[in-house]
Design a protein around this ligand. Sequence first.
Ligand SMILES: [Ca+2]
Length: 507
Amino acid sequence: MGVHNCVCACAFAQTTMCCVTHMCARGTSLSSLVWVQSASDVLEEMYVHLNSCFYFGLDDSIYAYQFNLKTKVSMSVLADSRRARGLGEIRLDVCRFNTYSLANNHIKALPRDVFSDLDSLIELDLRGNKFECDCKAKWLYLWLKMTNSTVSDVLCIGPPEYQEKKLNDVTSFDYECTTTDFVVHQTLPYQSVSVDTFNSKNDVYVAIAQPSMENCMVLEWDHIEMNFRSYDNITGQSIVGCKAILIDDQVFVVVAQLFGGSHIYRYDESWTKFVKFQDIEVSRISKPNDIELFQIEDETFFVIADSSKAGLSTVYKWNSKGFYSYQSLHEWFRDTDAEFVDIDGKSHLILSSRSQVPIILQWNKSSKKFVPHSDIPNMEDVLAVKSFRMQNALYLSLTRFIGDSRVMRWNSKQFVEIQALPSRGAMTLQPFSFKENHYLALGSDYTFSQIYQWDKEKQFFKKFKEIYVQAPRSFTAVSTDRRDFFFASSFKGKTKIFEHIVVDLSL
Ligand SMILES: [Ca+2]
């Protein structure tokens, strides 16, 4: 083992290590570094260039050695670019050094935050390396922006759009380095047809309609166990919907039933459970299919969409003592869904029906009733209508079991189709958003359900993830203070709770 072509005038010899103040280990190998351990007290500079097989910090003994180098002011280390694993092993633990050179090592990537503990770093030489300027280099990009050290230009070898450019010039990290995903968080061992969520006194609840178990199951988010746990049960008969209504800090749940009428329960603080508050006057309701809650001019209403031939969808209004029937909507149409929509500052109800295209009713401010306004043409057999907003634009999703489901956008005069989604066997198409991520969940009775994600640039929903839920009937977004969930009700299997997670690609 000799010293060849050292740039420094160095006195390196295996036997005289303890008296050198400069060390050159140019052209040597890993094992030679271990030898200088005893010299650490006096060593001031170390050059370890152009080694063919050098792991800097491969094992504990070498780390220990590095910590002993307390008096050093300058150091050059070399990482072996030809052995990818070696790069992952680099640990620059020697905080007191102020000059590092990793020059000419064909390094394409460095371990995340490898320089972050080097408080005394003044100069870093990365010349002669070309980096993959992808998300894995985001930490380096950010570090280069904030470090006070002098750092040579960091050049990119990829991705293609950044080849031969500087890492500093990469512009797209901010949005490209995270993605999102849905993972199963909890499985509830029962079937359900609808899920509603509400907040009360800083706690998050869900009300789950379970027809086969004759229950409105109320769950509460458990901050300690980090899951949804049973809170109360409202029993009933063939329950098809449980809709929570909050009025002046009181929590009501409208329980829609196929038999025995529908009822409203109120949370009773002293009983710490839901107790029956009132029956709903349902002389004309025979097959409730949906309950929708809304407010107009500070008054609280809900509408029950009735899907039987003889039934009549009805609006109910809160009169400070209870809810009473306020307006019957159209007859004989077998309504499947109701949606309240604010269009250009005016209140509207959209009703979808088995026997006609969806109709739009508008709130008349003088008569204080809904009056027919328009319809959505050429859209027969719509099972559900949902409205949502993205970037201040108003959209509708229309669910169809046969034929394509649709996404439409309000163009200030009418709703126009922007996308058709193949949806054979779909009973639900649910829009939902978590922060800036907008999704559509399309259920399927025949195959996997699809989650689509809104592509802001291309302005359409692209396929994002398949999930399996048996006979899905509703999807409901539920957010706690820190976490976002997505309940998938199942008419034939278990109810699933997915968590929406953000995945950092720069890790
Ligand atoms: Ca509805």
